[in-house]
Structure formats: C-alpha cells, structure tokens
Design a protein around this ligand. Structure first.
Ligand SMILES: C[S@@+](CC[C@H](N)C(=O)[O-])C[C@H]1O[C@@H](n2cnc3c(N)ncnc32)[C@H](O)[C@@H]1O
Length: 204
C-alpha cells in the first residue's frame, strides 16, 4: 500500500540525515536574499514545508522575531528545533498538512521552497490557492520556489508539478502579481543539479 503523505515524510526524516536529502542547503541563499529584501525583522513570516531547512535559523540570526515554521512531518520540525537549541522557543512550530491548515494569523511573507510543487491534485492546489489568498496580508508576499520546467520530474520518489513564470501567473494571477522570477540551479549534497524557479508574488 502507498504510504500516506504524512507517513512518507515522517519516514524520510526519521531515516535520512540532512546530507542525504536532495533539497538540503547549508545556507538558503536565494530565499534569504529575497525575504530580507522584502521585509524587516518585525514582519510575520511563515516557512511552509520548512522541513529541515536552516532558513529559520538564519532569519533568527538577522533579528527576525515573528517566525512560524509549518511542516507535515513532526520529525522534520523536531530536527530543526534541535539545531536551534534554546532559540527554538522564539519560533511558532506547526505540524500540519498545508492543504488543511487553518492559520490563526495573517502573514507579511509566506515562503515555500519545494512544497507547493508536490501538490499534483487539482483539489489540493485549489486549497493552497484559497489559503494563500486568506493568509497573506494585502500587499504581502508569496515567495515561492518550485522545480522549473527544466528541473526534475520527481522528488523524494514523489510526483511533482513543474512551473515557469507564465504557469505561476496563470495559477496565482487573479490575486497576486509576479514582481520577480528567476531560475536557479541547486547543487544537491550529493553533487547533482536541480533547476528551480524562484518567484516573488505580491498580494494585490
Ligand atoms: C523537498 S522538502 C523542502 C524542505 C525545505 N522547504 C527546504 O527547502 O529545505 C519538502 C518539505 O515539504 C513538506 N511537505 C510535503 N508535503 C506537505 C504538505 N502537504 N503540507 C506540509 N508540508 C509538506 C515535507 O515534509 C518536506 O519537509
């Protein structure tokens, strides 16, 4: 039987180290650059599907104070908490599937690197779209990184959807304006390359 989405990710983070997962970045340079350009330390920021990313730690180092990290995997968030030590108590941790997440606040910046692209069902994509419309403040930003159309067709053994700028505009365009988009090649910890598209979308 195919494991559930949650079981899949709990299993990944229980069995594999940071260096054994393709998406790992020691310092998430692209995301960090975009977020720090868009918002100051008082901004409410959520990292959706944050997993084992060091983004939250880097933002804490730069004085950001209103940080939330959401992931479907409790094991992933526990690992990130451990890496932060006592600083973890300055972050809100949410174990949730983004497709059914009900936030109790709105955000200035919603960051998602390599999570949205796992939503291959139309119903899940629609839930995500409705959620970002509700959860991002007017004038706030969605910072999204997905596999590009020249990128991998799968990740962690799961099907993904690839995107380009017109595809993101078509999907998010009714409520968001694409203000920046560029491709970036990620070098995995095991020496392979993955083409991503990074996009900054501003809520109208
Ligand atoms: C490829 S990893 C990327 C992790 C991190 N964003 C980074 O860039 O290093 C995808 C992450 O999304 C999480 N995830 C997958 N589907 C999810 C869902 N439906 N809701 C919440 N998190 C999900 C996984 O547990 C995993 O941590």
């Amino acid at each position: 039987m195919t494991p559930s989405r949650k079981d899949h990710w709990e299993n990944v983070y229980t069995k594999k180290s940071d260096q054994e997962v393709s998406w790992y970045e020691e310092v998430p340079v692209q995301s960090l650059g975009l977020i720090t350009e868009l918002a100051g330390p008082d901004a409410h920021i959520i990292d959706v599907g944050g997993g084992n990313s060091n983004l939250v730690g880097e933002l804490l180092l730069r004085g950001y104070q209103q940080l939330t990290v959401l992931d479907i995997s409790a094991a992933a968030l526990e690992r990130t908490r451990q890496k932060l030590g006592t600083r973890a108590s300055n972050v809100v941790w949410e174990v949730a599937d983004v497709t059914s997440y009900v936030p109790d606040q709105t955000f200035d910046v919603w960051h998602d690197r390599a999570t949205f692209h796992f939503l291959t069902d139309e119903a899940d994509q629609k839930s995500y779209l409705e959620l970002v419309q509700r959860a991002i403040k007017p004038g706030g930003y969605l910072v999204l990184a997905t596999f590009a159309t020249s990128g991998p067709e799968k990740c962690s053994g799961l099907e993904i959807c690839q995107y380009d700028t017109p595809g993101l505009e078509a999907f998010f365009g009714e409520h968001f304006e694409v203000v920046q988009a560029f491709e970036n090649t990620h070098e995995t910890p095991f020496g392979t390359s993955q083409n991503f598209i990074y996009a900054v979308l501003r809520k109208r």
